[in-house]
Design a protein around this ligand. Structure first.
Ligand code: NAG
Ligand code: NAG
Ligand code: NAG
Ligand code: NAG
Ligand code: NAG
Ligand code: NAG
Ligand code: NAG
Ligand code: NAG
Ligand code: NAG
Ligand code: NAG
Length: 470
C-alpha cells in the first residue's frame, strides 16, 4: 500500500442566522477573554500522562466501534461500490466537538464515541497523537474561525491542549483548500467549492498514511487477474502477485471468511477480511467483526502464494445522513454547543474525502524472511469483495477501514462463468491465471475489455480459466 489520505471537516454555523458576522471584518480572530467558567474536570486526569496499553486498547476498541457503525450506515451500491473512511479522523473531529458540547449533546456525543464509560477520554484520545509520531501516520488538525465570531476561550485552549488544533482566521476558500492539499501531500485538491457565509467555525483534521510493506511485491510479477464481483460478474484488475509471501492467515468458520494481516514497516498492518464465496457478503460480516479478537487468533506467519489487487480508489461523502442514522441527528438541528459560544450553533456539514492506493511499493524485502520449502502450496488470493482495516498494532486502533466490492469501478463488468463460484474454491483460481495469461498474452486485453454482447464467446477466454490444479 502506498497512500491513504483522509479528511473530516465539521462546519458549524450560527442557527437561524440573521445577524451577519460581517465577513472581512477588520479585527482578526479575537476569541474575547470572556468569563472563564471552565469547570474543573470531574476526574483529575492531569497528573497521569502515560496511559497504560490497556487504556489505549480501550480507546482503540471505541474507535473501532465507531467505524463499524459508520460502515453499517453508509450505502454500498453500484454507484458507490467502495467505502474508505478513517474512524480515527472522525473520532478526533467528534471528540473535539464534544469539548464544546454541553448537557444532552455532550452525553450523546460521548455515547456515539463509545467513550461514556472511559475515564479521561480526551486525555487518552489526545494522547494518541504523540503515539502516532512513531508510526507512518501523520495527523494534522486545525480550527478555522470566522473573524468577528465570538468563541469561548476555554474551547480554544482545550482544543489546542488536547487535540493540537490551532485556531486560524477563516479568510477564503482558497486558503482552506491549500491547507488541505498540503496536509494530504497534494492528494486532495479543491476540497471545497465554497464556504457559505454563515459558517463561523470549521473543525478540520487530515490523516495521511504512507506505509511500506514489510515484504514488497515485485512490480514485474503484477499482471491482469480476475476479481469476482458476485456469482455472475467479474472485472479484470491488476493483481500484485508473490509466490512466497509471509502472511498470517486464518479461515474463520464463524465469520465464514478468510482473514489475513499484511504487515507494514513501522508497527501498522493491513487486515483483510474476505468472505468465502457462496456464503455471506461483506456487509453481513460487519456486525461480528472484532479486530482485537482476530489479531489474537491469527496464527504465526507462514510463507504462501499471495495475490492482492492493485487499486487506487477515491471516496467523497457528506456524512450527515449516516451520522443521523447513528442517532446524532440533533447535531444538525439543535445541539447544545454552549461550550463553544453563547450563540446557538448547529453543525451544517461533515465532509469527508479519502483515497487509498495499494501498490507494490515497499522497501527491500525483509532479509530475515525465511523461505521455507513448501510441501503444499497454500494460496491467498484477494479476488472477491473484502473488508479492510489499517490497524495500529500497539493500540489496535483502526486508522482506516473500508469495504471494497469493486476494485476497478471504471472497468466494465463481464459475466463470470467460472464453474467454481459458490464452491469455495475461488481463491485457488489465480494459480491458473498465470497460465491463461501466457496463452492469451497477445489478445487477452482485447477480449477482456471489449465484450461482444451478442456472441459473448470472447468473454470465455477472459474469465474462464481452463483446468485447475487443485
Ligand atoms: C490533579 O493531580 C495532580 C497530581 O496528581 C495535582 O498536582 C493536582 O493538584 C490535581 N488537580 C486537581 C484539580 O485535583
Ligand atoms: C472484541 O471482543 C472482546 C472480547 O473478546 C471485547 O472485550 C471487545 O470489546 C470487543 N471489541 C469490539 C470492538 O467489539
Ligand atoms: C446547554 O447546557 C448548559 C449547561 O448544561 C445549560 O446551562 C443550558 O441551559 C443548555 N442550553 C439549552 C438550550 O438547553
Ligand atoms: C439540560 O437540558 C434540559 C432541557 O434541554 C434541561 O431541562 C436541563 O436542566 C439541562 N441540564 C443542565 C445540567 O443544564
Ligand atoms: C516512540 O518510540 C520510541 C522508541 O521506540 C520510544 O522511546 C518512545 O517512547 C515512543 N513514543 C511514544 C509516544 O510512543
Ligand atoms: C505544508 O506542510 C508542511 C508539513 O507537512 C509544513 O512544513 C509547511 O509549512 C506547509 N506549507 C504550507 C504552505 O502550509
Ligand atoms: C515497533 O514496536 C516494537 C515493539 O513492539 C518496538 O521495539 C519498535 O521500536 C517499534 N517501531 C517503531 C518504528 O516504533
Ligand atoms: C448482504 O446480505 C444481506 C443478507 O444476508 C442482504 O440483506 C444484503 O442486501 C446483502 N448486501 C449486498 C451488498 O449484497
Ligand atoms: C463443488 O465441488 C464439488 C467437488 O469439490 C463438485 O462435485 C460440485 O459439482 C461443485 N459444485 C458446483 C456448483 O460447482
Ligand atoms: C492492455 O490495456 C491497457 C489499458 O487498457 C493498455 O495500457 C495496455 O497497453 C494493453 N496491453 C496490451 C498488450 O495490449
Amino acid at each position: 500500500m502506498k497512500l491513504y489520505i483522509l479528511l473530516v471537516l465539521l462546519c458549524l454555523c450560527i442557527m437561524g442566522l440573521t445577524e451577519d458576522p460581517s465577513p472581512g471584518a477588520p479585527e482578526v480572530f479575537s476569541p474575547s477573554d470572556e468569563e472563564e467558567e471552565m469547570e474543573k474536570d470531574v476526574q483529575n486526569c492531569s497528573g497521569q500522562w502515560l496511559f497504560s496499553s490497556k487504556e489505549r486498547r480501550a480507546i482503540g476498541g471505541a474507535i473501532e466501534r465507531l467505524g463499524l457503525q459508520l460502515l453499517k450506515n453508509l450505502p454500498v451500491d453500484q454507484q458507490q461500490p467502495n467505502i474508505i473512511l478513517s474512524p480515527l479522523s472522525l473520532a478526533f473531529a467528534l471528540a473535539q466537538l464534544t469539548l464544546g458540547a454541553r448537557n444532552e449533546t455532550e452525553k450523546l456525543l460521548l455515547k456515539s464515541l463509545h467513550a461514556d464509560s472511559l475515564p479521561c477520554y480526551h486525555h487518552i484520545q489526545g494522547g494518541l497523537l504523540p503515539h502516532f509520531r512513531n508510526t507512518s501516520l501523520e495527523v494534522a488538525t486545525r480550527m478555522y474561525l470566522r473573524p468577528g465570531f465570538e468563541v469561548r476561550l476555554s474551547f480554544v485552549e482545550e482544543s489546542l491542549a488536547r487535540y493540537k488544533s490551532r485556531p486560524v482566521p477563516l479568510v477564503d476558500v482558497e486558503e482552506v483548500n491549500q491547507w488541505v492539499e498540503n496536509a494530504t501531500h497534494g492528494h486532495i485538491p479543491n476540497f471545497l467549492e465554497s464556504i457559505p457565509h454563515d459558517v463561523v467555525l470549521m473543525l478540520m483534521n487530515a490523516v495521511y498514511f504512507k506505509g511500506e510493506w514489510q515484504t514488497r511485491f515485485d512490480p514485474q510479477a503484477t499482471s491482469k487477474g480476475i476479481f469476482y464481483l458476485d456469482n455472475q460478474n467479474s472485472v479484470s484488475v491488476d493483481m500484485m502477485k508473490s509466490a512466497q509471501y509471509p502472511l498470517r492467515l486464518l479461515e474463520d468458520p464463524e465469520l465464514e471468511a478468510k482473514v489475513a494481516s499484511f504487515p507494514f514497516k513501522g508497527n501498522t498492518s493491513l487486515l483483510i477480511v474476505m468472505p468465502l464465496p457462496g456464503g455471506r457478503n461483506v456487509t453481513s460480516v460487519l456486525p461480528e467483526l472484532n479486530i482485537s479478537d482476530l489479531y489474537k487468533r491469527l496464527p504465526q506467519e507462514k510463507t504462501m502464494q499471495v495475490n492482492l489487487p492493485k487499486v487506487k480508489l477515491q471516496y467523497r461523502k457528506e456524512l450527515e445522513e449516516a451520522l443521523t442514522k447513528m442517532g446524532l441527528g440533533s447535531l444538525f438541528s439543535g445541539p447544545n454547543l454552549s461550550g463553544i459560544s453563547d450563540h446557538p450553533l448547529k453543525v451544517t456539514g461533515v465532509r469527508h474525502a479519502s483515497t487509498v492506493e495499494l501498490s507494490e511499493e515497499g522497501v527491500e524485502a525483509s532479509a530475515t524472511t525465511v523461505i521455507t520449502s513448501m510441501r503444499s502450496v497454500s494460496l491467498f488470493s484477494v479476488n472477491s469483495p473484502f473488508l479492510f482495516a489499517l490497524v495500529d498494532d500497539a493500540t489496535l486502533t483502526p486508522l482506516f477501514m473500508g469495504i471494497v466490492t469493486n476494485p476497478a469501478p471504471d472497468n466494465n463488468p463481464m459475466p463470470s462463468d467460472d464453474p467454481h463460484v459458490g464452491n469455495g474454491t475461488l481463491s485457488d483460481q489465480s494459480v491458473t491465471e498465470n497460465v491463461k495469461r501466457d496463452i492469451n498474452n497477445d489478445n487477452s486485453n482485447r477480449s477482456c475489455s471489449e465484450i461482444d454482447p451478442v456472441d459473448g464467446s470472447s468473454v470465455q477466454s477472459c474469465s474462464a480459466p481452463t483446468g485447475d490444479r487443485e
